[in-house]
Design a protein around this ligand. Structure first.
Ligand SMILES: Nc1ncnc2c1ncn2[C@@H]1O[C@H](COP(=O)(O)OP(=O)(O)O)[C@@H](O)[C@H]1O
Ligand code: SF4
Ligand SMILES: [Mg+2]
Length: 326
């Protein structure tokens, strides 16, 4: 933690050098720190969306959870609206920072009605003056996310995946947050439903001015909704740029490989892109490669890449890359 760190007042969310290490049992008496997130920094303006991508296991969920303090970060500074987010301040900031989860099947209690699910945060934060007021707020939230008011007394398990995700979003919106972590919020849905739910996230942003950290392993999904995109690999940020810039001019070999894995609807783009096929799996964060974390899968790796970790540096217009050869 850097107590002298001063956030930019124009940022709604600012994260500086965030680290989240888990202690993992690796033997009878031994534990090893698993560096799930290792020195990540970014900022989000009010009403803006930052996309966060990377393969499974890269630390995306851990960033989201540590950021809103569902985990206690190992190190780093997190600010919300200029205020430091810590054990003391989080109580009063909780309403402002919400999370929508990946799996609408497991994150909603099937034995609760839609009304109860959406009303729960209102109960917790005592956000209504009467029963009628509570009900009115719930119906307003249901309308916001495109759910029929008649569905209020139904149970979560009676709904389709897309509708369940809408219930989850209405619940997250109940406390009128200014920031929502959307963790793979559309990843479990069919492609056609994905587009509808993404459009809804955008409409809600227009209407309510809410900012998102939009996490997904699919770059195409993230590109559509994000102003800027950050790419993570093995707990580190390897590239960050405006969404179109990242798409058209990716610099990090990992980003290039993620993009060439995307099935482009436009054959012209598909043809002109240099395809790099990712070989092998992400190494375990318990056996982190020396130097650049991507070097075991990188076709451009040199001796220097094994020696030293490249720093994330600005290559112009806020396009940040961590690679020795770029
Ligand atoms: N509670 C935990 N305890 C130990 N290791 C964890 C925990 N949560 C996540 N990890 C590990 O941290 C790494 C990052 O996980 P995660 O943030 O879930 O990645 P992603 O969301 O990108 O798939 C993985 O190696 C995962 O196994
Ligand atoms: S630093 Fe080296 S290993 Fe890492 S991405 Fe760049 S070229 Fe590849
Ligand atoms: Mg995840």
């Amino acid at each position: 933690m850097d107590m002298n760190y001063k956030p930019d007042q124009e940022n709604l969310v600012e994260v500086n050098n965030l680290k989240m290490y888990f202690s993992v049992k690796t033997g009878w008496l031994s534990t090893t720190p698993l560096k799930a997130v290792d020195g990540v920094s970014f900022a989000i303006r009010p009403g803006e969306t930052l996309g966060l991508v990377g393969e499974s296991g890269c630390g995306k969920t851990t960033v989201g959870r540590a950021l809103i303090r569902l985990y206690t970060p190992t190190d780093g500074d997190v600010f919300f609206d200029g205020k430091r987010v810590d054990a003391k301040s989080i109580g009063s900031l909780r309403k402002d920072m919400q999370m929508v989860f990946q799996d609408p099947y497991s994150s909603l209690n099937p034995r609760m009605t839609v009304e109860d699910i959406i009303g729960e945060p209102l109960d917790v934060h005592k956000m209504y003056t009467s029963k009628a007021d509570r009900r009115e707020q719930i119906l307003y939230l249901m309308e916001l996310v495109g759910l029929n008011a008649e569905h209020a007394t139904r149970y979560a398990h009676e709904f389709s995946g897309g509708q369940r995700q809408r219930i989850g979003i209405a619940r997250a919106l109940a406390t009128k947050p200014r920031f929502i972590v959307c963790d793979e919020a559309v990843s479990a849905l069919d492609v056609s439903i994905q587009a509808q739910v993404i459009n809804m996230f955008e409409d809600l942003q227009q209407k309510l001015g809410v900012a998102y950290l939009f996490i997904a392993h699919d770059l195409l999904v993230v590109h559509h909704i994000s102003k800027r995109i950050a790419v993570m690999y093995l707990g580190k940020m390897v590239e960050m740029a405006d969404a179109d810039e990242l798409n058209e001019n990716p610099m990090h070999p990992y980003t290039v490989s993620l993009l060439s894995a995307v099935p482009y609807p436009d054959p012209k783009i598909a043809k002109s892109s240099k395809r790099i096929i990712l070989k092998g799996d992400v190494p375990s964060p318990l056996h982190m490669p020396s130097g650049c974390p991507f070097r075991t899968r990188c076709q451009y790796a040199t001796e220097q890449c094994a020696q030293e970790m490249p720093k994330l540096t600005d290559r112009g217009n806020g396009h940040m890359v961590a690679c020795w050869n770029k």
